[in-house]
Design a protein around this ligand. Structure first.
Ligand code: NAD
Length: 453
């Protein structure tokens, strides 16, 4: 007997009883989630400090406020999102009612990663609740303090018959995935994404996969390079680089590189002081395994800025590498840490070729004071999202969808896109029962009459 079969059946029974469907119910659970965020903010801060040494400001903006914005947006728009969407009819259906019903899927599974362990569980959960589903959440075991907080405290805020938390790692998730779900929402790396999709395929369960990759960042010669350096350094070193949409590497000319390096050095010193290890505003690497992986990645290039490490603290200084080998692991795998390689290219065309020769990333960034250059990169590349003259900020706008393409994922969410992701768009046609004579045109036996001749 599967250890989670009983739990899944309990949620399915609540789903079949229609418990999560009424708007008032959905709103009450969202409000309860809001109370969790307000009342347990200190515990959330403490858990993230213990797991990642995450600075308070970063917790505030990238975990708490982001969830609250999603929550308030869902609460304000729930009634309009839930309304049937009436559509145009043709001549034959003029007297009928044709609409799209936003039906909940049923029992949903949400699996999260460790880098933004609160936001990346709660934002999908908000969408799934708003859409009227029952949900099992599986936070990452790597960010163990947040996992504990979510498992021990969150259930006391929510309806236990409809929402549950499962803890654990590979073994537990594998067992959980043997059960039939109606939707699976996964955030994590691309190789695990394949495992999730294969497990979902056994039950023909639809999936959203929010994955990772290497996000290129092209910098043209014509920029204010201090402005570029501030925005790139912020995006790369926020949460010590453990961000799925962080710029993974810079592409620029040799000449730009020489000017960008002192600007990056200036930005890093302004942000974190002369010794970032002493800064309260710089996070740590989540685990020893990740620390060792990142330390090894540094061998792929020459350190131009930073490079210091402290294994005891899992500290890696904000680091910029130059002269990187394109075949080294640093240019082959997602870095996911505070290391920024700079790769030189002759011009924007070469940068575009470089990007297109690799997997489609979650984000492409381009910096230029010339809109034509931004548009050229936008038009000639493909990625989940695009940021012109900044990094990361495109994911903060609730009116924009967020998701990957190809190797960086499939599906999208945030704001109304979350509601739509967790809703089955059901085709509904309610026919007029009169004028049966007209219907005879489609009934057999087929003769010239059927063709209206
Ligand atoms: P991960 O894929 O290792 O783990 C994610 C979740 O999957 C965890 O809950 C984990 O317990 C579970 N898991 C791991 N291995 C599994 C297996 N073999 N079978 C079943 N379940 C398994 O990812 P991570 O290391 O936690 O997160 C980092 C990755 O996530 C990076 O690649 C990053 O780019 C990506 N990410 C993407 C987004 C996005 O929105 N697209 C956001 C954050 C992180």
């Amino acid at each position: 007997m599967n250890p989670y079969a009983g739990l899944v059946s309990r949620l399915r029974a609540a789903w079949l009883a229609g418990r999560t469907r009424p708007m008032e119910y959905r709103a009450s659970q969202l409000e309860a989630l809001g109370r969790f965020l307000d009342e347990k903010k200190k515990s959330i801060m403490d858990a993230l400090a213990a797991d990642l040494h995450k600075p308070c400001f970063e917790v505030e903006v990238s975990e708490v406020i982001l969830c609250k914005n999603e929550l308030n947006h869902a609460l304000s728009n729930l009634s309009s999102w839930m309304k049937d969407e009436h559509v145009d009819r043709n001549l034959v259906t003029q007297l009928d009612t044709a609409f799209i019903r936003k039906d909940p899927y049923g029992v949903v599974l949400i699996i999260g990663p460790w880098n933004y362990p609160v936001q990346l569980i709660l934002v999908p959960l908000i969408g799934a609740i708003a859409a009227g589903n029952c949900v099992i959440i599986k936070p990452s075991e790597v960010s163990s303090c947040v996992e504990k907080l979510i498992a021990e405290i969150l259930p006391s805020y929510l309806d236990k018959d409809c929402f549950a938390v499962v803890t654990g790692g590979v073994k537990e998730t594998t067992e959980l995935l043997e059960n039939r779900f109606d939707y699976i929402f996964f955030t994590g790396n691309s190789s695990v994404g394949r495992i999730i999709m294969a497990a979902a395929a056994k039950h023909l369960t639809p999936v959203t996969l929010e994955l990772g990759g290497k996000n290129p960042c092209y910098v043209a010669e014509d920029c204010d390079l201090q402005n570029v350096a501030n925005r790139v350094a912020w995006g790369r070193f926020f949460n010590a680089g453990q961000t799925c949409i962080a710029p993974d590497y810079v592409l620029c000319s040799q000449e730009t590189r020489e000017k960008l390096l002192p600007a990056l050095h200036h930005a890093i010193t302004e942000f974190y002081g002369a010794n970032p290890q002493e800064s309260p505003d710089f996070a740590r690497i989540v685990s020893d395994k990740q620390f060792q992986r990142l330390q090894a990645l540094m061998d792929g290039g020459r350190v131009a800025i930073g490079g210091q490490t402290d294994e005891k603290e899992r500290y890696i200084a904000p680091t910029v590498l130059v002269d990187v080998s394109l075949s080294a692991p640093i240019m082959q795998e997602e870095i996911f840490g505070p290391i920024l390689p700079i790769v030189t290219v002759a011009n924007v065309e070469e940068a575009i070729d470089f990007i297109n020769a690799r997997e489609r990333p979650l984000a492409v960034y381009a910096f230029s004071s010339n809109k034509k250059v931004l548009n050229q990169v936008l038009k000639q590349t493909s990625s989940g999202g695009f940021g012109g003259n900044d990094t990361i900020m495109h994911m903060t706008l609730i009116t924009l969808p967020f998701g990957g393409i190809g190797e960086s994922g499939l599906g999208m969410y945030h704001g109304k896109f979350s509601f739509d992701t967790f809703s089955h768009h059901r085709t509904c046609l309610l026919r007029y029962t009169g004028l049966e004579k007209l219907n005879e045109l489609r009934y057999p036996p087929y003769t010239q009459r059927n063709l209206g001749l």
